[in-house]
Design a protein around this ligand. Structure first.
Ligand SMILES: Cc1cc2nc3c(=O)[nH]c(=O)nc-3n(C[C@H](O)[C@H](O)[C@H](O)COP(=O)(O)OP(=O)(O)OC[C@H]3O[C@@H](n4cnc5c(N)ncnc54)[C@H](O)[C@@H]3O)c2cc1C
Length: 513
C-alpha cells in the first residue's frame, strides 16, 4: 500500500540512500536535484568510506580516532552510533551492488587501514550501484532536475513542501515531509574541491525557515587540491597514505617541524602548516611528491588520479604535482539528531548539509561517506504522518536585492572575498569585510527572484553571512577554525554555536569535559 509523499532534495549518497530507504517502506518518493546525478560531491569521492571491519581493527579504535581528529568536540553518542552502524552500512551498500576492493586504504589520522574503497573512484561506483538498484527495484521514484528555492512552511511551524525553479518557472510541490540532502558549500569559495554550484542551498533554505543551524565556522580545507584557474581536482589523502610527501619547489618537506606524523597528521594541521609555510617562504604553490614510489603500485591503486594528472601534463612517477589547500567539506549545517530530525516539524536532513556532531571541529577522513549512508538509512526510519497541505502565498518568497553589477560578477567577487578572508587563517578584520559585503547586497532596493544565478547568489550571501558571523563569534582557534587574532583554544568555547533566524540569534552550548 502506498503511503505518504516524501520530497528529498539531493541525489548524492545521502539523498539516494534516504530515497531508497523510504521507497522500501512504501512511501511515494520524489527526488529533486541540480543538473544531474554526477554533479555532486559524492560522485567525486575518491578515497572511500571509513568502516572498522578489518581483523586488527575495532569500532573502539575508530571511535577514538574520530574524537582525536575532531579535537574532542564531537558528540560522543553520535560518534558511537555511527561507527557501530558502519558494518551495517557497509553490508547495506554491498547488498545494493557496491563492490569494494579487498584491501582498504590508510588515510591520515586513522590508526588502521579501514578506508573501504572501490579503486580511486569510490563515490562514482557507489552512486552508480545505488542508481542501478533504484531503477530495478524502485522505478517509481521520480527525479526532478530543478533548483530548490525555499521550503513551504505552515504557520504552525511545519514544513509541507518545496518551491523550486525549472525552465524559468517557479513551482510549488507539496508533500508530507521534506528531506534536505543538498551537500556542502564549497562553491562559495574561489578554490574548492567541490563543484562551483555547491552553494549550500539546503542550509540557506532551512535557515530561512527558522531551522537551527550549527557549527558553521568549521570548514575543512583539504591539503592537496590540484588548483589551476581552469581545473580543480582532489589528490586523495590515500596518496599520502602510500607514502606521498608535501614538498616545496626545492624538494624540502613541508611538514617537518610542524607535526610528528608529518604528511599523515590530521587535515586541519596539514592545511594550516601549508598556509603558514607558503606565507613565510613566499611560495605560490606547494607540491605532492610521489616520485620515489613504485609506478606499478600507483597505477594499480590510483589509475584515475594518474590519468587526471597525465592529462594536465604531470606524470606521478616523474613530476611533483602542484597542490594547495582548498575548501572541501562543511562540518557545520542544519542541526539534526540521530534520525535526521531538524528543529522544524516534517523537515529532515541528512549528509553534508547537516551537523549532528559526528566530526567535532575537524572531520576524520572518509567519515563523511559513512555519515551519509548511516543518516540516509536512519532518516528513512521516521514515521511520516500526513501533513495538512496549505496554499502558499507567493509574496512570501523573500526578495532579492537589486544591484548595479550583474549576479555573475558579484558571485565572483564574493568567492574571492571568502577565499581571502574566510579560508584556513582568519581574523576579525577580514571576517567583518565579508559581513559588510553581504550587508551591502541585502540592503539595496528589492526585486523579485529571476534566474538561477540570482537564486544561488542569494544562498551564497546567506551562507557567507552565517559562516563569517559564527567565525567572528568564536574568538578562539579550534580544529579547522583558526583565528590568528585568537590563536589558542579557549575553554569557554568548548561547545557548539547554534544560530537561528534572520537576526542571527546565537546560542552557545558548552559541553562537559
Ligand atoms: C573531490 C571530493 C572527494 C571526496 N572524497 C571523500 C572520500 O573519499 N570519503 C569521504 O568520506 N568523503 C569524501 N568527500 C566528502 C563527501 O564526498 C561528501 O561529504 C559527501 O559525498 C556529501 O554527500 P551528500 O549526499 O550530502 O551531498 P552531495 O553528494 O554533494 O549531493 C548533493 C545533492 O544535492 C543537490 N542539490 C544541491 N542544491 C540543490 C538545489 N538547490 N536544488 C536541487 N538539488 C540541489 C545536488 O544536485 C546533489 O544531487 C569528498 C568530497 C569531494 C568534493
Amino acid at each position: 500500500m502506498k503511503k505518504n509523499t516524501i520530497i528529498i532534495v539531493g541525489a548524492g549518497l545521502a539523498g539516494l540512500t534516504a530515497a531508497i530507504s523510504f521507497a522500501e517502506k512504501g512511501y511515494i518518493v520524489k527526488v529533486l536535484l541540480k543538473d544531474n546525478i554526477q554533479t555532486n560531491s559524492s560522485y567525486r569521492a575518491q578515497g572511500g568510506i571509513a568502516v572498522s571491519i578489518g581483523k586488527d581493527d575495532s569500532t573502539e579504535k575508530h571511535f577514538k580516532d574520530t574524537l582525536k581528529a575532531g579535537h574532542f568536540l564531537n558528540k560522543r553518542q553520535i560518534v558511537k552510533e555511527n561507527v557501530l552502524a558502519g558494518s551495517k552500512a557497509y553490508g547495506w551498500l554491498v547488498e545494493k551492488g557496491v563492490v569494494f576492493d579487498e584491501v582498504p586504504a590508510l588515510e591520515a589520522a586513522h590508526s588502521q587501514r579501514r578506508v573501504q574503497r572501490c579503486g580511486d573512484i569510490t563515490g562514482k561506483e557507489m552512486l552508480s550501484a545505488l542508481k542501478r538498484y533504484q531503477e530495478e527495484k524502485h522505478p517509481d521514484i521520480e527525479f526532478i532536475e530543478c533548483l530548490l528555492i525555499d521550503l513551504i512552511k505552515e504557520k504552525s511551524d511545519c514544513v509541507s513542501g518545496v518551491i523550486y525553479f525549472q525552465d524559468d518557472t517557479i513551482y510549488h510541490l507539496y508533500s508530507d515531509a521534506v528531506v534536505l540532502a543538498t551537500g556542502g558549500i564549497g562553491g562559495i569559495f574561489y578554490k574548492s574541491s567541490n563543484f562551483q554550484r555547491q552553494t549550500g542551498d539546503g542550509i540557506a533554505a532551512a535557515w530561512r525557515s527558522d531551522a537551527k543551524i550549527t557549527d558553521m565556522e568549521f570548514i575543512q580545507f583539504h591539503p592537496t587540491v590540484f588548483c589551476t584557474d581552469n581545473k580543480r581536482f582532489l589528490l586523495s589523502e590515500a596518496l599520502r597514505g602510500e607514502g606521498g610527501r608535501i614538498v616545496d619547489d626545492n624538494g624540502n618537506r613541508v611538514m617537518e617541524g610542524f607535526h610528528s606524523d608529518l604528511d599523515l597528521a590530521p587535515r586541519d594541521i596539514v592545511s594550516r602548516s601549508m598556509e603558514i609555510y607558503m606565507k613565510k617562504f613566499h611560495k605560490e604553490t606547494l607540491y605532492l611528491d610521489m616520485t620515489h614510489l613504485d609506478k606499478k603500485v600507483m597505477l594499480s591503486r590510483f589509475p584515475n588520479i594518474y590519468k587526471y594528472c597525465k592529462e594536465e601534463g604531470y606524470l606521478l612517477e616523474k613530476d611533483p604535482i602542484p597542490v594547495r589547500p582548498a575548501a572541501h567539506y562543511s562540518i557545520g549545517g542544519i542541526k539534526v539528531d540521530s534520525y535526521g530530525r531538524t528543529s522544524i516539524k516534517n523537515l529532515f536532513a541528512c549528509g553534508e548539509c547537516t551537523s549532528a556532531g559526528f566530526h567535532g571541529s575537524n572531520r576524520l577522513a572518509s567519515n563523511s561517506l559513512l555519515e551519509c549512508v548511516v543518516q540516509g538509512i536512519a532518516v528513512g526510519k521516521n514515521k511520516i504522518d500526513s501533513s495538512e497541505k496549505v496554499r502558499f502565498n507567493c509574496d512570501n518568497i523573500r526578495k532579492l536585492s537589486d544591484r548595479s553589477k550583474n549576479s555573475k560578477e558579484i558571485i565572483d567577487d564574493l568567492r574571492h572575498l571568502n577565499q581571502e578572508n574566510m579560508g584556513v587563517i582568519r581574523n576579525k578584520k577580514g571576517l567583518k569585510r565579508i559581513l559588510e559585503f553581504c550587508e551591502r547586497y541585502r540592503e539595496e532596493k528589492e526585486i523579485s527572484l529571476v534566474n538561477r544565478d540570482n537564486i544561488e547568489l542569494r544562498n551564497m550571501l546567506c551562507l557567507s553571512r552565517l559562516i563569517a558571523s559564527c567565525a567572528l563569534y568564536r574568538e578562539e582557534s579550534r580544529g579547522v577554525h583558526y583565528r590568528e587574532d585568537f590563536p589558542q583554544e579557549d575553554e569557554s568555547f568548548f561547545g557548539h554555536i547554534v544560530v537561528q533566524g534572520e537576526d542571527l540569534s546565537f546560542e552557545k552550548l558548552i559541553k562537559k569535559r
